[in-house]
Design a protein around this ligand. Structure first.
Ligand code: SF4
Ligand code: SF4
Length: 173
């Protein structure tokens, strides 16, 4: 994605933990198949314990193929075991009404904690952007529900920016 360790930008302001690795701020979501595959490599990812009503509600109201998970946080991170979520943050796909992915946009989740979103757009590797677009299109073939969800989010984003008189900024290779 970039050619430096961006965790060094945000960790000092978050008790030494990169914002997107802080399970208290962002709960990683793995796809069920991904979770099962990762578990075959050993106990790295664990399901989030249902400690309270709000966690129960979040799980009940989400897609059945999501597994809300926890990792051992950065001190014990293994790059080979990171989730798709870890590798795509802070981006998500912008999806046209016909289901095509013209490019990526910043996710709404984490705007206050991720300093990368305030950096020049030129720091992002175009090959990463191109590969991500292919990845999302292939994922949507496997999970049509995800495609519908992102189409919905993309329409909302376009409407919101239009109301604000702003242009949408999409990352393309
Ligand atoms: S992606 Fe953003 S939040 Fe995550 S480590 Fe890099 S700068 Fe921090
Ligand atoms: S698996 Fe590694 S990169 Fe992903 S959230 Fe955990 S510590 Fe961060």
């Amino acid at each position: 994605m970039i050619d430096f360790d961006c965790g060094k930008l945000c960790a000092p302001k978050n008790n030494g933990i990169p914002f997107c690795c802080d399970n208290e701020s962002i709960v990683p979501v793995l796809f069920r198949e991904e979770f099962n595959l990762r578990r075959k490599d050993g106990k790295f990812w664990e399901k989030v314990p249902v400690r309270n009503e709000s966690i129960r509600k979040m799980i009940e109201e989400s897609a059945s193929y999501y597994v809300f998970s926890m990792c051992p946080v950065p001190t014990d991170c293994r790059r080979s075991r990171r989730s798709l979520n870890c590798m795509t943050f802070p981006f998500e796909p912008h999806v046209s009404r016909s289901g095509k992915v013209p490019g990526l946009v910043y996710t709404n989740n984490g705007k206050d904690g991720c300093p990368l979103m305030k950096k020049s757009r030129r720091i992002f590797n175009p090959v990463y952007i191109a590969n991500s677009i292919v990845f999302w299109e292939e994922l949507f073939d496997l999970y049509p529900e995800e495609k519908e969800l992102y189409i919905h989010e993309s329409v909302k984003r376009e409407r919101r920016l239009k109301r604000q008189g702003k242009k949408i900024r999409i990352f393309t290779p």
